[in-house]
Design a binder for this molecule. Structure first.
Ligand SMILES: [Zn+2]
Ligand SMILES: [Zn+2]
Length: 195
């Protein structure tokens, strides 16, 4: 007769499915007709926790990279302004009196949106709590604005007629990016907010 490891003299009727040692009924938990001792259950819980944490990190990382990608697309759209600003500030600092080329200010929204997504990428990468609502709000607003912009361009027919134009690619990126981000940030709720 096998004895329970914890209780000498008591019959070890149950064999742990993981460590293969014998235990009495009081020393095991029966799950799906299989017996597990408590030491093994602790190890199993630790393993599951470790795996869950790893997959959560991957999800946050994906959302963060996506935010960075959208930021790059938007900042690239504003590159004329981005290029001009430092030159202008430099010229002003050395005493030049040229007037600011205000036509470049049309790219201000792209610049601000780019910086806003850059901040989101940073918030997600450092799992900041605010990045949850901020990410959802920012992605939703940009998605809606871009949908309206695309409709003003002529809707689907514009994209079909000019599939590879810069305008088409920019609008597509600024619709697909925030849409995916919405899903990614929403899916990372638990890691970001803890509930
Ligand atoms: Zn065991
Ligand atoms: Zn026992």
């Amino acid at each position: 007769m096998a004895e329970c490891i914890n209780h000498p003299g008591k019959e070890g009727l149950y064999k742990c499915s993981r460590c293969k040692k014998y235990f009495c009924l009081a020393c095991v938990e029966l799950i799906d007709d299989k017996a597990y001792c408590y030491d093994c259950l602790k190890e199993i819980v630790k393993d599951v926790r470790g795996e869950t944490r790893k997959s959560l990190t991957m999800r946050i990382l994906a959302a963060s990279l996506l935010a960075l990608l959208v930021a790059i697309v938007s900042l690239h759209d504003a590159y004329a302004l981005l290029e001009y600003l430092p030159t202008y500030i430099y010229r002003m600092s050395v005493g030049s009196h040229e007037t600011f080329d205000s036509s470049l200010l049309t790219w201000t929204p792209s610049l601000i949106i780019g910086l806003a997504f850059l901040a989101l990428g940073f918030g997600l990468a450092t799992t900041k709590k605010w990045s949850y609502w901020y990410g959802i709000a920012l992605s939703a607003v940009i998605l809606i604005f871009d949908l309206i912009g695309a409709i003003n361009l002529g809707g689907i027919s514009y994209f079909i007629d000019n599939p590879m134009s810069n305008v088409s690619l920019f609008h597509e990126a600024m619709m697909i990016g925030p849409l995916l981000l919405l899903v990614a940030v929403f899916g990372s709720r638990r890691e970001l907010t803890g509930w």
